[in-house]
Design a protein around this ligand. Structure first.
Ligand code: SAM
Length: 255
């Protein structure tokens, strides 16, 4: 089977990295796990071997039937479809952990979508990501990597790079390096489905070199940006963003 670039098909071949993912995921017999993009099933096999209660896997490329048909068992469900558009509400039992080596081209829309399911109980993600995406997700204020999704995650929990992964750990070898990122969601679950919060962050970053007073002009309800007016979006802390959001909606979130 020819690996397709448009499906981000770089398959993990390094056993040490596989072991590291499994150890870090700290799998329990009560865990219901979600895997996105099982590919030929290298991670799927390990997840199932660790006595979890259930595994859901979502795969887009139906040419992988031959590899994945071997995994038939009572506590495994394979769903064919696009993980970005997938209706996760249909999963039963509902997963509490996501462990996956995802296709890198869907990273941002996928995580935005998944954050909505924190209130259903999906609050832990262990993801293999392109290194640049990992740096953006974990970027601190005042850095050029800072971007809306990183702030959205920080407002709900935290993200950390656990391990840098060389491109030579995959086949075919991609043009970029990778990193394993752990995301834990623990508060403010309502924020994720809130269109205005997402809109505010995206508008703030729309023109990175412009000040907030210019980027947020469309939000007429914001009376006064005060100390933030002449700052740039990337300079603000998560607390600052929640403060602006509070001024806009009068809804208060935990900091
Ligand atoms: N988990 C395997 C591994 O570690 O070797 C494969 C990882 S590979 C980086 C990404 C996988 O995601 C591929 O199997 C690809 O077909 C699948 N994929 C690509 N786009 C997808 C999408 N939108 N939804 C679900 N799966 C997708």
């Amino acid at each position: 089977m020819k690996a397709l670039k448009r499906f981000g098909q770089n398959f993990l071949v390094d056993k040490n990295i596989l072991n590291l993912i499994i150890t870090r995921a700290d799998l329990k017999s009560s865990d219901c796990v979600l895997e996105i993009g099982p590919g030929h099933g290298v991670l799927t096999r390990e997840l199932l071997a660790h006595g979890i209660s259930y595994l859901h896997a979502i795969e887009l490329d139906e040419r992988l039937h031959a590899s994945l048909d071997d995994f038939t068992r009572d506590n495994f469900a394979l769903h064919w479809g696009d993980a970005v558009k997938f209706d996760y509400d249909t999963l039963s039992p509902f997963p509490n952990k996501l462990v996956a080596n995802i296709p890198y081209n869907i990273t941002t829309p996928l995580i935005w979508n998944l954050l909505k399911y924190a209130s259903n109980g999906l609050r832990y993600y262990l993801l293999m990501l392109q290194k640049e995406a990992a740096l953006r997700l974990t970027a601190k204020p005042d850095t050029k990597e800072r971007y809306p999704l990183g702030i959205a995650i920080e407002a709900m929990g935290h993200a950390a790079i656990i391990h840098n992964v060389s491109r030579t750990c995959f086949k075919p070898v991609p043009k970029v390096d990778s990193a394993i990122v752990e995301i834990v969601i623990e508060k403010n679950f309502e924020l994720s489905g809130n269109a205005l919060w997402r809109e505010l962050l995206h508008a703030g970053f729309a023109h990175r070199r412009k000040t907030l007073i210019n980027n947020l002009r469309g939000f007429r309800e914001i009376q006064d940006l005060g100390e933030f007016a002449n700052k740039r979006a990337e300079d603000l802390t998560c607390r600052d963003w929640l403060k602006i959001y509070h001024d806009l909606t009068k809804i208060k979130f935990l900091i």
